[in-house]
Design a protein around this ligand. Sequence first.
Ligand SMILES: Nc1ncnc2c1ncn2[C@@H]1O[C@H](COP(=O)(O)OP(=O)(O)OP(=O)(O)O)[C@@H](O)[C@H]1O
Length: 369
Amino acid sequence: MSAREPIITGGGGPAPGDDDRRRGHDVHDDRLHKPADAMDEKLRPQRLDEVIGQRAVAERLSIALEASRKRGEPLPHILFDGPPGLGKTTFATVLHNELGVELAMTSGPALAKNADILPYLTNASPGSILFIDEIHRLPRVVEEFIYPVMEDFRVDIVLGEGMNARTVNLPLKKFTIIGATTRSGMLSGPLRDRFHLHEHLEFYEVEELAKIVAINAGKLRTTITEDASQELARRSRGTPRLANARLRWVRDYAVARADGHITRTIAVDALDMQEVDIEGLDRQDRRYIETIIRVFRGGPTGVEALAATMNVAVDTLTDEVEPYLLRREFIVRTPRGRRATESAYRHLGLEPPEPEPTFDLSDQPRLFD
Ligand SMILES: Nc1ncnc2c1ncn2[C@@H]1O[C@H](COP(=O)(O)OP(=O)(O)OP(=O)(O)O)[C@@H](O)[C@H]1O
């Protein structure tokens, strides 16, 4: 196997070194989750200089890469956090390509017990990378098991039981753990502290997404006008993975309804048909805002109540729907819950309510002292 080809397993199943290796991510059916086919892999930048945007992150990583090369040591352990689809996996892949080392991929929920992660640790070659997605969902017992791995490159294995139990220290090769999370707040302090680099990925600017769309249109062997790339970028919620998905839909639409060339009109018609509005919000985003406005009178309301009313998982709202709505200031979070802003009302074509008068009681005469 070439150093460039990542080993990707669902964990708990085949481990690095097993024959049953497969490329591609697990298939999830929600809109921001892992690519369902090899096509998305084709669109992934391979080198650091192909990565668009996230300049500060890319620069810090290039320093880490250079230091690692010059010292002949593995990269430090790195934690990426940020909403789904912004490039956490992409950065891990790019780092493995830049160093020409092996990459093994797994995820927190797939590592239910120590035995699930052990093969990844013992098979790790010097300088290689172990990518753990959704690391906030690692069970506590596994998390504690990897503390000595991250610190001293050793595992402590308990043999036997009761009076006869003894701990054996197994030295490991020096390698790098890259963790990815959409919820850095859920990570325990000790785990977070064992990552030496913490990188937060932000939503992309329209100009950056437009560049990604134009480049990926080329990779998909389709032609697109500049204003069509801009339109797609504006309607992709600052998220490259969504931009890719929407580009593929627009490309299909262009083939079916026209000559395959993507113009702005084609892009607008195709995205309108998918009910993606001019802000890039889809039906679920609008339903979320509508629920706050109509059912909860604009809020504030708790996310559990919203999720129950909409009949969707709380995690879907907090991980996938809310981050962009917060960033676009369609909602705000207050200590008492989520509230819709004036822009949210206006976006849905509704008149925002008059702000409630506030009374400054500190000016009022006191009745009792
Ligand atoms: N900086 C970037 N430049 C160009 N394309 C990018 C960039 N970041 C992401 N992409 C594109 O977006 C797709 C999705 O990115 P990626 O899978 O890395 O997201 P992620 O943050 O790991 O998501 P998740 O948190 O769901 O694992 C990639 O396949 C790639 O095509």
